[in-house]
Write a protein that binds this ligand. Sequence first.
Ligand code: NAP
Length: 529
Amino acid sequence: MERLESYVAGEWTPGRGPAHVLVNPATEEPLAETSTEGIDLAAAVAFARTEGGPSLRALTFAERGELLRAMSRAAHAQRDALLEVAVRNGGNTRGDAKFDVDGAIGTLAYYADLGAQLGDARLLADGDGVQLGRSPRFFGQHVLVPRPGVAVHINAFNFPAWGLAEKAACALLAGMPVITKPATSTALVAFRLMRIFTERAPLPRGALSFLAGPPGDLLSHLGGEDVVAFTGSSATGATLRLLPNLARESVRINVEADSLNGAVLGPDVAPGSETYAMFLRDVVRDMTQKAGQKCTAIRRIFVPAAVLATVQGDLVERLRDARVGDPAQDGVTVGPLTTAEQLRGVRAGIERIAACATVAIGGTGPFEKIGAPEGKGYFVPPTLLVAADPDGAPAAHEHEVFGPVATLFPYDAGAGHAVALLRRGRGSLVCSVYSDDRGFAAEVLLGAAPYHGRVLLGSERIADQAPGPGTVLPQTIHGGPGRAGGGEELGGLRGLHLYAQRTAVQGSRPILEAILGTRAEPRPAAAKP
Ligand code: NAP
């Protein structure tokens, strides 16, 4: 069986001792094994800091952007091989695999373009400069400089390619070296991607390291100049925040965690309209794509009580078309969950919500699977539950079932009620509002925005363009408050801020401009208290 290696201190390095076995979740066939035991992680951190950091910081943004472009092109050239691995190790349909792999390629290319636009600079001005004294000579300017440590990236199992690439793109462009760690269960895709990068798009030594499995004592070696960017469950996120050295040294940590994303159908939207079709499409896509294992997937669906039965019927009709099975087989549209643990968790989650809702389709009973060996595979059918009492049903508002599962609720058609229900998620990555009534959309937006990192306003004007709330675009931020982790990634240049120190520089304007290469316009000083 293939044994994965880690790439640390500029070398591919095997772990010792007992290994974790990676399987094909459709067949449970072992695919590879990996161990990180015995790898000197203190040395890996030191190497990234002392070799990778200085090399990256010596480059201009344009030069760092060129590194990202080479990574994007190298991954694109090996796209088919990556897709094949994602189907086998991730339980992805080919479409699901493209979502992950093309997302990685596209995000690297996007940040490569930003690097080119920033050109020869090595630091970023943050906003305009400001006049601080009586005359314009005394001047202030905020700048963003690369943090001198290492960025440790910990990713969830569902996006092994995109998760690695989107975090690495921001950190590398900002000038910080990276140690990236995929979830162990789906590490094969990330491992292949790293092989491609080291062989076909080599970065400066120490700029990008890779840990193929459990993190060991990696985080215990971090200090105040370092950064942690974590994606995964709220429980793990909370554990990391409380690690003594992270707390003591104020290690910057970004957490992207669970989410109970809501979709609201406006009372103005008639079944049969374009906006209604967009709403149905987005819900069904989010329930079935990657077998619902997307942090941004719609989990709660709120519709006016008057159309509850119609919406339920339309969703059930579409979900009935889903063909669940081994994604390597033709015609399969929904693959398995990624691990046995996921299967247990999702089945338990369905039972928990079913205690306060009825199952409209799917559930935990027997169902037909295409092409999977008898009794094998971690399959769950698309499952729609309906909660008649939206203000009750606590499990459906509080428990993220990380699979092809969503709950449909009626609301009383008022924007205020829809907002109150969205807020019961206690902070989510995204919500979507489907309405051509600007007043309704505005009211939900204003009420829901403080509880969400992103709001998609679905309407007939964008129905043919928007890819739905489940797709993370690098131009806009990804993250959310509260239970979603309180983090923020991407969002164009905002994505670099996590990896930069914002420093206020005060001094003589001409001297500052000469040193910093900024050309900010002065603004009148704020009135002194
Ligand atoms: P998880 O169990 O929290 O694991 C996430 C990552 O953390 C894995 O790489 C895991 O490594 C690592 N990890 C676990 N314990 C650790 C520790 N003590 N120290 C350092 N690293 C540790 O989550 P998951 O089951 O993989 O992912 C599913 C969850 O992620 C869902 O709840 C989903 O909502 C969330 N998610 C959120 C986003 C987002 O952007 N907000 C995106 C995707 C997923 P091992 O695999 O080696 O254990």
